[in-house]
Design a protein around this ligand. Structure first.
Ligand SMILES: [Zn+2]
Length: 346
């Protein structure tokens, strides 16, 4: 059954999981489902009107009864519900400003127990504006289980199993297999297929989106973008993020190799402070690849000294990665790392 038909008949399950390829638009679809559910004048086919106050709020990601959660960097221990709410307000404002386009969640971002507590708490209160409230939990496979709070975990499972009558919960996941089985078994699974060529063309024809894509992929034709998207327009953004990470990693490596202390400090400072840890993790991943390439080339040419240095450098990068979740600023991590790399790669 089509989602819109289920919505129109009031037959949508209380909790469902949209799963399918990364970048295919699952969270976007979940937001559309949410808008359909809160719309005060939906069409006969269950689609949202797009004009009522509820639709306008939902479209600007500001509807008080549409709650969107997704993986975030871990907050300091002892973070209150208010801290979590503020963190999501910032993150959602960022996503809204990016015209709905955003990078995939990095491996360092999770849905931590503090967030689960907020979800459970919000689910227990009445809708603020309409009759129904909707929770979207994007990339639900990033849900962190081993945090010793059985209470929050159990409350979430109970919520998924039996959501209140006025509540719909939509999970999304690109890695169905990575989703906790206790969660997977409690929701109705709906597969989201890759988009058809025509849909991708429509997506790229949207002016705001097309502008962003053109900036990201300057010399690529629309036909090539459609091919590149391969049914998942979000992949275009991921490709762009990856390129940016590789460029940053190349800059860091060049500064380490220059042996110029002031240059490395400037490069480190450019990594900034606490924000965007996920992106920083991607940069370090790219750096590992660059150094690994160097190691392979050295081995191939029989240069043992360079090969050994490169393997030490890779270990240093791995150590640096372990510091990211501990709230050490990327600038400090980078400064120490570049000092090590300068010595190891010289
Ligand atoms: Zn509406």
């Amino acid at each position: 059954m089509r989602l819109s038909t289920a919505i129109q008949r009031g037959a949508l399950p209380g909790s469902l999981l949209l799963h399918g390829p990364r970048g295919v638009g699952k969270q976007r679809l979940a937001l559309w489902v949410a808008q359909s559910l809160v719309c005060s004048a939906p069409g006969t086919d269950g689609t949202p009107c797009g004009r009522c106050q509820s639709c306008r709020f939902a479209l600007s990601l500001a509807h008080p009864d549409v709650h969107w959660f997704f993986p975030r960097p871990r907050l300091e221990s002892g973070a209150t519900n208010k801290d979590v709410t503020n963190d999501f307000a910032d993150a959602i404002a960022e996503r809204a400003a990016g015209s709905g386009l955003y990078a995939p969640s990095s491996g360092l971002e999770g849905i931590y127990v503090a967030t689960v507590r907020v979800i459970v708490q919000l689910a227990s209160i009445s809708p603020a504006m309409g009759k129904r409230k909707v929770f979207i939990i994007g990339d639900a496979d990033h849900m962190v289980s081993q945090e010793g709070s059985d209470e929050a975990a159990n409350a979430l499972l109970k919520l998924l199993e039996e959501p209140p009558a006025n509540t719909t919960i939509v999970l999304t996941s690109s890695e169905h297999g990575a989703l906790l089985p206790t969660i997977r078994s409690r929701v109705v699974n709906v597969r989201v297929a890759p988009l058809a060529r025509r849909d991708i063309e429509l997506f790229l024809a949207d002016s705001v989106v097309a502008d962003a894509m053109r900036r990201a992929h300057r010399d690529v034709s629309t036909a090539d973008l459609v091919r590149l998207a391969n049914g998942a327009p979000g992949a275009l953004i991921a490709a762009d993020e990856r390129e940016a990470a590789i460029e940053s990693a190349e800059r860091l490596l060049a500064s380490a190799l220059s042996g110029d202390r002031s240059k490395t400090i400037r490069a480190a400072m450019a990594q900034g402070t606490s924000r965007a840890r996920g992106r920083f993790a991607d940069i370090l991943d790219a750096l590992t690849e660059l150094v690994a390439e160097r190691a392979r080339a050295a081995v191939a040419s029989g240069d043992d000294r360079v090969a050994l240095g490169a393997s030490r450098a890779m270990a240093s990068i791995e150590r640096a990665k372990t510091l990211i979740p501990n709230n050490v600023s990327p600038a400090l991590i980078t400064a120490a790392l570049l000092r090590d790399l300068s010595a190891e790669l010289s």
